[in-house]
Design a protein around this ligand. Structure first.
Ligand SMILES: Nc1ncnc2c1ncn2[C@@H]1O[C@H](COP(=O)(O)OP(=O)(O)O)[C@@H](O)[C@H]1O
Ligand SMILES: [Mg+2]
Length: 251
């Protein structure tokens, strides 16, 4: 595999909590442009793995390489600045602002002082245009002037994704993007993930097997902190060890 095809790698990534090993010796490769799902029974270490990647947790052992560079020692904000953004975490929405204002704030936060030398009204105009473009990208253009708090649950997730892509990520991490959703919202979020994955890479923890089957290029199965299986859905879903790990949990 050419190294430019790989956006993120971990080598022997390990996290212990007072002797309990939540993530154990995970050596993992994420290919650029892929939608890659991480699955596994409850307590398998999925969220801990994500927390290690975004540096909310410091690994006990191992390395994380992003675009070939060792980022193991970086802070969460530095990781985000390099283009690794986790949705539903950094980009919390403001319920009593409008949908458009929420996206504009995310854009302002990202650009910081980049527009400083422009006249204020020009800056506002540019931000407005970009915000509308992002709302179109996530299918919220019709809701621009609604308060975020008024949006139905699935649409809120779309707004969160808009505020995430406002930060111009190259790699988006989604922790259970369809959690708590009904069929209709799940279908919309599925389509949305596919849309935002164009020109980006998506790594997601997801439980819904139909979502995984439909949109993921590759799947990593974690069990007790270790990689149990890896590959495309068609292979992984037939793996007896994977079936057992799930049946054993009542999935
Ligand atoms: N801060 C922590 N301190 C101690 N144990 C933790 C901590 N975070 C997670 N764990 C443990 O690590 C294991 C993996 O948790 P987690 O990563 O949340 O799993 P998953 O997201 O796959 O359900 C669980 O047994 C959990 O109790
Ligand atoms: Mg979790």
């Amino acid at each position: 595999m050419a190294s430019s095809d790989v956006i993120l790698e971990t080598e022997g990534l390990t996290k212990s909590f007072l002797g309990f090993v939540a993530v154990q010796d995970v050596t993992f490769t994420l290919r650029r442009g892929h939608i890659h799902a991480v699955i596994g029974p409850n307590g398998a270490g999925k969220t801990t793995f994500f927390n290690l990647l975004t540096k909310f947790l410091q690994p006990t052992r191992g390395r994380i390489l992003y675009k070939g560079e060792d980022i193991t020692g970086l802070k969460p904000a530095e990781i985000a600045r390099r283009g690794v953004v986790r949705s539903f975490q950094i980009s919390a929405t403001f319920p009593h602002l409008t949908v458009l204002e929420n996206v504009r704030i995310a854009l302002q936060r990202h650009t910081g002082t980049a527009y400083h030398f422009w006249k204020p009204e020009e800056t506002l105009h540019v931000l407005h245009e970009r915000a509308r473009e992002l709302l179109r990208e996530v299918g919220l253009e019709g809701e621009a002037d609604r308060l975020a708090v008024e949006l139905p649950y699935g649409r809120k997730r779309a707004l969160e994704i808009a505020t995430t892509i406002a930060l111009e990520p190259e790699l988006i991490l989604l922790d259970e993007p369809t959690q708590g959703m009904g069929h209709e919202d799940i279908d919309r979020v599925k389509a949305l993930i596919q849309r935002v994955a164009k020109g980006r890479t998506v790594l997601m923890v997801e439980h819904n097997m139909s979502v995984i089957a439909d949109i993921s290029d590759r799947i990593t199965v974690l069990q007790r902190g270790q990689i149990l299986a890896e590959g495309p859905y068609s292979e992984v879903s037939k793996d007896p060890r994977v079936i057992e790990a799930y049946l054993g949990q009542g999935h």
